[in-house]
Write a protein that binds this ligand. Sequence first.
Ligand code: ZN
Length: 307
Amino acid sequence: MRADDVVLAYGGGWLDRAGPLRADPDRITALLTDPRTAVLPLWRDRCLVTTGESLVRLAADWAAAALAAADETVFLGLDGDTAIFAVDLSGQPETEAVRLAGAATAVDVRALVGRLGPAEASVQAYARGLLHWHRQQRYCGSCGARTTPRDGGHVRSCAGADCGRLLFPRIEPAVIVLVEAPGAPDRCLLARHRGAPEGSYSTLAGFVEVGESLEDAVRREMAEEAGVTVTDLAYQGSQAWPFPAGLMVGFRATAATAEVRVDGEELVEARWFTRDELRAREAAGRPLGRPDSIDRHLLGSWLAAGA
Ligand SMILES: [Zn+2]
């Protein structure tokens, strides 16, 4: 499978993000009263759901109370002819946000894995990440003045005199790596992270630092966390992970030697597993990573690549 054939949870480009529309405030305002428009209400990183755990999606002409109470309203894009907005009700008590949305409760989108379609999960995650960014960027980091949203909620601009700095949503990239052992038999390296339950293993991952390429980050993280020198890096795909601002970039790499030395800080244990061992773990009810994670995808594709 080619990396560009891989569509992981929370990605997929389901909406036309309609970037050129963002610069047309009159059009954005008009869309907010268009009866075809849909509004997704969120409360403090959570989506609002009905008693049947369907996502609440308000028609714009029904959403006046929610729009009036919102801290932020952002234009997400177009789903065919339907404009999709998200509103942030985080300034309200939870009970009031639930009432305004006509919802039953507020839940994390990740708790709805397997129940939401891929488009719904992706659009909710996008809304969550963008609204989270707004809540963190109310003041300018240069002059301390308030900032105000523009461009449909995809930019904030500083209101300070002589400043006017523009703030753009930021992504925090991280690499996640399936490391293979050198030579036979085929084995991959999994680690137990500090705080993870005994016997719970996952692939190695870490944030990309300033001044690093993705490949630099792979080599550094594997050396720091597991004492492993890696070569033969191969890109496997990426995953939007806006919880709150991640982008996971998946690689495979090969260790120069099978010697492993964990750092004892982030990782408390790391060891090599054969495919048979992983299959036996799975058969015994130990899932290989979260079902919505690129960790799971990396392991699943490695298992599928060998006997
Ligand atoms: Zn400023």
